[in-house]
Write a protein that binds this ligand. Sequence first.
Ligand code: SF4
Ligand code: SF4
Length: 254
Amino acid sequence: MTKQLPLRQRIRKALVILTFLSFPITMNFLSPYVIIDGAMNGIVNGSLVMFGLMFVSSLFLGRAWCGWVCPGGGMQEIVEPVNNKPINGKKIDWIKWLIWIPWISLIAWLVISSGGYKTINLLYHTQGGISVAGSPDRPIFIAYIIYYGVVSLFVGLAIFTGRRAGCHTICWMAPFMIIGRWIRNRFGWASLRLVADSSACADCKKCTSNCPMSLDVNGIVQLGKMENSECILCGTCVDNCASSAIRYSFSAGK
Ligand code: SF4
Ligand code: SF4
């Protein structure tokens, strides 16, 4: 008989798949281009607000967005049956910073040179809140090209490289949350995190083999220090540990 995933993981998978299915609606609320366009034209837009909310959420929830609701996560997890190979994140995690730093610098420069934000349009680059839609100045096929371009990038990386490769390499949203986590850790205030009891660990390494971010979870359990900037708090390790050596905690820590 096929073994079902633990209930919490089924709920989590359903959530990320549903957000992926909603991506034709939400794409321009998560767009690196819409932010650039908004900066050029002085318009506070939906993407800017969403990235700000992701940063704020990471101060208290770490990267739970990535594990539980991100459409980018959903589109990569949906192809896990095609390629579930773990990847060596340590070798490639830096790539996203190579993309993010010039991008955020360009936005800052555009905001300053255009005289700052002047108006708010949360539905900017959407038709009544729908992203993949046509408009008099932009035919719908352009929106489809952008949509399939983004999906192909994330799905292609996951298929040809391995588990959630896009999260490690190209994601423009992850750095906001990594910085938020770093600030939280500097101040040490209470937030959602993992805690481990290394004395309960049976060393079966199921946590490591199941981690969607390919982290050496067993190694960090043994060290008793669960903080890792690539951990997306998905809880897969928590739910696969028969010894209950790992658990969620809302607590202070570094
Ligand atoms: S790293 Fe990026 S694509 Fe991956 S889950 Fe997080 S926000 Fe989504
Ligand atoms: S360490 Fe655990 S919670 Fe973090 S990404 Fe891996 S499986 Fe998910």
